[in-house]
Design a protein around this ligand. Structure first.
Ligand code: ATP
Length: 217
């Protein structure tokens, strides 16, 4: 369930593929039970950390009995598959924002918009196209809690830089910028600019100057 996903610490999530790979190896060699000590030696993560990691998924181990390899595999497989689904937030639920909320990213790419944000109190606190919309006061908190690293920015141009600064503080890694403003970000944040008006103007310019047949590269 998505609720359970959000409370798994990032460090734990990063170790899951490691556990998964070794558990698959064990299963293939016919092993049905494994202790945290055995696992620890194999994956070079101390056993206390392993027990703590596994505790996030409920009490799957029994003292003196170890963990059931197959149920761990089933469990991790599910989590890892879910993990590949990238959660993205959308800031600014106006006309363009709504269109993007309705666009089915997931069908093609395993991407979904899992949270929206807007300053407008009439939109904040509602659910739009199955996506909860939060007030801007919850921006940093929600992004961190939901471990969202990518944001689609569809706010008015004059709000873009201030919001960008907040997003950077919230630990965002990538911004899809639909505003015409060239936002400033530190070098560890990637920005993809999608300026629809400029793109359309460019198309019109090329049509006027070169006609329809020449392909611009
Ligand atoms: P669009 O430009 O996406 O077609 P629009 O014309 O409906 O949208 P805009 O004025 O561009 O409206 O605003 C887009 C959305 O951004 C609106 O829902 C608005 O409430 C929201 N918005 C405006 N200022 C802020 C802000 N500072 N923080 C967050 N959201 C904001």
């Amino acid at each position: 369930a998505p609720m359970a996903e959000t409370i798994i610490p990032k460090a734990t999530a990063k170790r899951l593929p490691l556990y998964y790979r070794y558990l698959t190896f064990l299963a293939n060699s016919g092993t049905t039970k494994v202790s945290s000590t055995e696992l620890s030696e194999a994956v070079k993560v101390d056993s206390a950390t392993i027990r703590r990691d596994f505790s996030y998924f409920g009490a799957l181990g029994k003292r003196g009995y170890g963990y059931d390899v197959q149920s761990l595999i089933t469990f991790f497989k599910k989590i890892l598959n879910q993990d590949r689904l990238t959660n993205v937030a959308l800031v600014g639920v106006g006309n363009l924002g709504h269109a993007l909320l309705n666009y089915n990213f997931r069908q093609a790419n395993n991407i979904r918009i899992s949270a929206g944000f807007d300053v407008n109190p009439e939109i904040a606190g509602t659910i739009q196209s199955s996506v909860p919309i939060y007030p801007m006061t919850e921006l940093v908190k929600q992004l961190k809690e939901q471990q969202i690293e990518i944001v689609i920015l569809t706010v008015p141009t004059d709000a873009a830089q201030a919001i960008t600064d907040e997003l950077v503080k919230a630990g965002i890694k990538g911004i899809m910028n639909f505003t015409p403003l060239r936002i400033s970000v530190p070098n560890y944040v990637r920005v993809q600019n999608v300026d629809l008006a400029t793109e359309l103007q460019t198309l019109i310019y090329f049509l006027e100057h070169y006609g329809p047949t020449l392909q611009e590269t």
